[in-house]
Write a protein that binds this ligand. Structure first.
Ligand code: NAD
Ligand code: ZN
Ligand code: ZN
Length: 368
């Protein structure tokens, strides 16, 4: 079939929206008609090369839609089912999945590989196979995805806001609550309040944190953070340090989630300076792949038991936690509608990313 998709053909280029060819679903795959796709910063890392992926690629990994065709062997979903696509495929059978760490499923190796899990391409254009970001490729009206990425949700789920649960919401919430283990009465800092960080703020609020400092140089992000549960805001690390010092009588924060546009080695030391004894620094932002040096106080690590923890998909289990996020939304505890600052047609995708860089969106959303 033909479908309209946004394709990245080379580094430092713009998304090209064009009609491309899409094969039908193979064994254990389904064809999904997308309702919406969020504009996560990670797709922008494909352009800069911070996310080193074989190009060309159909971008997008934060989507939801409706199943329209089943490949051979699919029994878990039917045509017409509402689904959220998880940016991490989870097989449910490998060692990490069996340990309850399905965000670290062995299939995760495929998310920046390009082709589908069986090594072949579903999308084609100009005589070439096109890869799929996170084996999804949600910047397309239709996509073919493996069942490992498909999370069936209630039929009445609003599939525009649910798209954001496929990455940003679950990653941000989980970074704070699961990786960071934020709890009742805690003091936390969120460094970088974009589509991911704003959900770390919500996670902290839901977990019962006492002090939630939203740290971002952009005024718009700081003021929006207050609507999502931040108790204080700071424009600089120095301001945040002075706040957490005063508010904790010098004990400092329990958790600092780093969800900046990209991770820099220097941010690790800054975040460590904000947390106290047994404090957790959660690294969620994607780093430059060649960055290997971090300067930090080893004295603090040992004598204060400060910890640095990496976080992929907020240490969440897609099959359990995606429906849980939607349940929290349904009972009014998690805000989703308010996350969408602006909607775009697929053809306006480059404008959407320009707005993300300009810092005027919490989350931009493509509606098909
Ligand atoms: N680990 C994962 O599983 C995972 C999943 C999704 C996204 N990510 C990554 O998370 C990061 C954030 O993504 P996003 O979509 O929220 O991006 P975004 O562009 O929406 O937000 C980034 C925010 O960081 C702020 N910022 C930049 N430098 C800062 C600094 N020095 N101090 C404080 N704030 C600063 C910006 O003003 C902006 O508000 C990206 O690197 C993205 O690739 C990781
Ligand atoms: Zn993402
Ligand atoms: Zn697995």
């Amino acid at each position: 079939m033909k479908t309209k998709a946004a394709v990245l053909w080379g580094l430092h280029q713009k998304w090209e929206v064009d009609e491309v060819d899409l094969d039908g679903p193979r064994e254990n795959e389904v064809l999904v008609k997308l309702t919406a796709s969020g504009l996560c910063h990670s797709d922008d890392h494909l352009i800069t090369g911070d996310m080193p992926m074989q190009l060309p690629v159909v971008g997008g990994h934060e989507g939801a839609g409706v199943v329209v065709e089943l490949g051979p062997g699919v029994t878990e979903v039917a045509e017409g089912d509402s689904v959220v696509l998880s940016f991490i495929p989870a097989c449910g059978r490998c060692e990490p999945c069996a340990r309850g760490l399905s965000n670290l499923c062995v299939l995760g190796a495929a998310i920046i590989a390009g082709p589908q899990l069986d090594g072949t391409f579903r999308f084609h254009a100009k005589g070439q196979g096109l890869g799929q970001m996170c084996v999804l490729g949600t910047f397309s009206e239709y996509t073919v995805v493996p069942m490992a990425s498909v999370i069936k949700v209630d039929q009445d789920t609003a599939l525009d806001t649910a798209a954001l649960v496929g990455c940003g919401v679950t990653t941000g919430y989980g970074s704070m609550v699961r990786t960071g283990e934020a709890g009742d009465g805690d003091t936390v800092v969120v460094m970088g309040v974009g589509g991911i960080g704003i959900n770390a703020v919500q996670g902290a609020r839901i977990a019962g944190a006492r002090v939630i400092v939203a740290l971002d140089p952009i005024e718009y992000k700081r003021s929006r953070a207050l609507e999502f549960g931040a108790t204080h805001t700071a424009a600089t690390v120095e301001e945040a340090l002075s706040l957490v010092t005063d508010l904790t009588r010098g004990q400092l924060a329990d958790v600092c989630v780093v969800s900046t546009d990209s991770a820099e080695g220097a941010y690790v030391a800054q975040a460590l300076s904000l947390v106290g004894k047994r404090g957790r620094v959660v690294m969620t932002a994607i780093p430059h792949p060649t960055d290997t040096s971090v300067a930090m106080s080893l004295f603090d690590l040992t004598l204060y038991e400060k910890q640095v923890r990496g976080s992929l998909f907020g240490s969440s289990n897609p099959r359990r936690d995606i429906p849980r996020m939607l349940d929290l939304y349904r009972c009014g505890r998690l805000k989703l509608d308010e996350l969408i600052t602006r909607e775009y047609a697929l053809e306006e995708i480059n404008e959407g990313y320009a707005d993300m860089h300009a810092g005027i969106n919490l989350r931009g959303l493509i509606r098909f």
